[in-house]
Design a protein around this ligand. Structure first.
Ligand SMILES: CC(C)(COP(=O)(O)OP(=O)(O)OC[C@H]1O[C@@H](n2cnc3c(N)ncnc32)[C@H](O)[C@@H]1OP(=O)(O)O)[C@@H](O)C(=O)NCCC(=O)NCCS
Length: 183
């Protein structure tokens, strides 16, 4: 990992805009993240706007506490300017990025998560020299698995799962960051 701090950018895509997440997003994001459908497989809604504000403030450092990992979070907007969710990546010194994505269920089924994750991946490659992508999901999370398959991810080997200590109820999916297609 490079020791310099990489400045996060607003990332514009055809159907979504990704903004570097800051504490000022907490109020709008609290409503977006208070949808129980989003937590069918894991996690839980934020307990309060104040809690979310504190968490977002902490994440503005863009680094793990020991400084070795980039912790990157972008909120996702649609052109009507509504906030719809977020995407995030942890970039390790090995140049692997572990990604995650969460959208309010009102916006599922429209390809918005695919567009947002694709835009983030292109930034991870060009801005952070990422060479490998990974995602850990609950085995029951079929929507998440479909999204990853659409983006060219496949199930990791048993050795990769062991190395990353994947739990029995989880799946590890991986992809080279740059996919070369032969014309
Ligand atoms: C995982 C999650 C982000 C997937 O959202 P999604 O809306 O299903 O994903 P996409 O934005 O890629 O949309 C795909 C759907 O849109 C449809 N679609 C419409 N236009 C599309 C387009 N241009 N491109 C791709 N898909 C499109 C696809 O056919 C697909 O439909 P389907 O659900 O009937 O199969 C969402 O379910 C979520 O936030 N879940 C809760 C949090 C979570 O579990 N996160 C993952 C933790 S590992």
């Amino acid at each position: 990992m490079t020791s310099h701090t990489v400045r996060m950018h607003v990332l514009d895509g055809a159907v979504v805009r990704l903004e570097p997440q800051v504490a000022e997003h907490a109020e709008g994001m609290f409503a977006v993240l208070s949808d129980p459908a989003m937590y069918e497989h894991e996690n839980e809604p934020p307990p309060s706007v104040e809690w979310l504000n504190e968490r977002f403030r902490m994440l503005e450092s863009r680094r793990s506490p020991d400084g070795t990992e980039h912790w990157l979070n972008w909120v996702v907007r649609v052109p009507s300017s509504e906030l719809v969710g977020y995407v995030q990546a942890t970039v390790y010194e090995s140049r692997r990025a572990d990604i995650a994505y969460v959208l309010n269920s009102r916006y599922w089924g429209k390809g918005l998560a695919t567009a947002a994750v694709e835009r983030m991946i292109s930034e991870l490659v060009s801005g952070y020299d990422v060479t490998t992508l990974s995602a850990v999901l609950k085995s029951t999370n079929r929507r998440s698995r479909r999204l990853l398959e659409r983006l060219g991810f496949s199930i990791a080997s048993e050795a990769q799962c062991r190395a990353l200590e994947i739990e029995p109820d989880e799946l590890l999916m991986v992809r080279p960051a740059v996919v070369w297609s032969v014309p």
